[in-house]
Design a protein. Sequence first.
Lengths: 364, 364
Amino acid sequence: MKSVIRVEVPPQSYDIAIAPGSLDDIGVWMSRLKLGKKVLLVSNPAIFRRYGERAIGALKLVGYQVSHCTLPAGERYKTLKSIQKIHDAALQNRLERSSTMVALGGGVIGDMTGFAAATWLRGINVVQVPTSLLAMVDAAIGGKTGVNHPQGKNLIGAFHQPRFVLIDPHVLQTLPPRELRAGMAEVIKYGVIWDAELFAKLESTKRLDQRRYLDEELLSFILSCSCQAKADVVSQDEKEAGLRAILNYGHTIGHAVESLTGYKVVNHGEAVAIGMVAAGQIAVELQMWTSPEAERQKALIEKAGLPTQLPPGLDIDAIIDTLQTDKKVKDGKVRFILPTQIGEVTITDQVPADVIRQVLSDKL
Amino acid sequence: MKSVIRVEVPPQSYDIAIAPGSLDDIGVWMSRLKLGKKVLLVSNPAIFRRYGERAIGALKLVGYQVSHCTLPAGERYKTLKSIQKIHDAALQNRLERSSTMVALGGGVIGDMTGFAAATWLRGINVVQVPTSLLAMVDAAIGGKTGVNHPQGKNLIGAFHQPRFVLIDPHVLQTLPPRELRAGMAEVIKYGVIWDAELFAKLESTKRLDQRRYLDEELLSFILSCSCQAKADVVSQDEKEAGLRAILNYGHTIGHAVESLTGYKVVNHGEAVAIGMVAAGQIAVELQMWTSPEAERQKALIEKAGLPTQLPPGLDIDAIIDTLQTDKKVKDGKVRFILPTQIGEVTITDQVPADVIRQVLSDKL
């Protein structure tokens, strides 16, 4: 089953193609875009070993001149230093304004390649080929690119939309289970913020914690619904003037947890899972959401094998302080996305600090 | 005499205000824009000593919370490392998405502050307050921001339009004469590529090489014509899909000369002056431009006290090789902007390497 989803961001809208086995057709898909001849493929060593040659072969087949560079895997390498390495490769291979960087990898590779493309020659093409569930349903779509500042995640970055996103679900067969679960956190997020039908489907599935429990059809459904949700939101609000902020559901506290544990204890999806439980509980405390629905969310998160509690030893004052450095802060007020019912959320900066503190202390 | 020029770049068009003494009114000018309360003023130590407190005072007067950071002056500090320093100041002062960076300085400060703003929280506001003639008529307008790569000028960057450009011609009184002449190179450029009336006015002026020979009225005329030319071109082609490339007149060879001499021997304006003479000579060789008009250009450049010959000892093969790494290269072909008559240029990638070589060897 093949599906194509459009992201409407004039002047340069683009497609997300979800097609099993499509990695071997990447050249054909890209050739429709009439890009320049030069391609720089960016990946990490493990992904490159597994899929690099296939992708390069498929690109060369249609006439691209392909060079590549690999960067170490992991959030802690998502730095300006890595961007410089991509830039060095771009220079060495004499990339031009019409050239394209292809990001083959997870969210970290996608974010960095996107940012390197955004800032090379003041912006060249980027094509996203996500290989993790997290990147497929989230990072690869929507043009948010960037790296971490030593004191905060994604503080350095730019909006730079890809020219195309190619999703080959087959590559998920080799994704480590913990990575699959991390992606499932974002899938659940779309269920809570946008798509009650997706939420119900996930609830009716027996297990969500490993790839082998997800049949081909369910996986396609999950990918399509999630990408469609993201595309809908981004198409309505590309630069996060309003609506798009709802995609940060679970991310406000999630980012603080990731940052304070040095990106080592929990991964991004796990942090978002914890953040969603916290946001859900805050919404309940503020009487914006019913306790039974919050419980349903928590149960779904648990079924996906994701954490629902703060990692031990985390200082709650430190979390609250870290929230102040979040990109979402406006006039010193932290912005929260809170559920009002399954499939709907609201944006508010009116969450009292003591409610945050109480939820983090007692309810998590 | 006060003039306001509009740069039409939807969705966020902006004004260039040219107004003597306006540095003391910067807060009032900015308050019309309804920006967030926080401002980070970025400057270099010398400019900050001279104008920093006045600017900060004028900003505080209308209620802004102002912090500042200074970076060493000079093209060789235009690096990612300097950008990190601005980012650190942004973090320390908890700048938000609605906050503004104000660039108070020459082209280097403007380019870096613009790029730091483009990449902080995926893009915050920037206001340009250029203090050199070069920055006033060129760098501050049009949204080109960036830093140098060790192997090439401005290879790292982004398009990020300012929200406002404030030009106070009074600050030119303290500009070193060599800097004034550098700016005059860009003014002459506008005469050649866009505005024959400006060219004629410059020709009819006795001396152009020092501030004291330019009366208030002539200076206003020069600034208005130059900013209008730049605004016209940028409004028609913001992202350099076509027309905007004409602003690179003199820059193709100019950049190579700057780069090969390590940004130490000639400054940007001097390099552009040399590049314009070279481009003019290439146009004459290709029978696209008349020799008398090329001579008029050369005479004007000389009158402005600018160089018309390559610095001694420069290797011509190295220049030709460096041209290949220029951002303007497309499919391996170097793009030149060549005059066809005073006030008009054309864009071509059909300049044979041997013509470039011959002009650089014999005619320069």
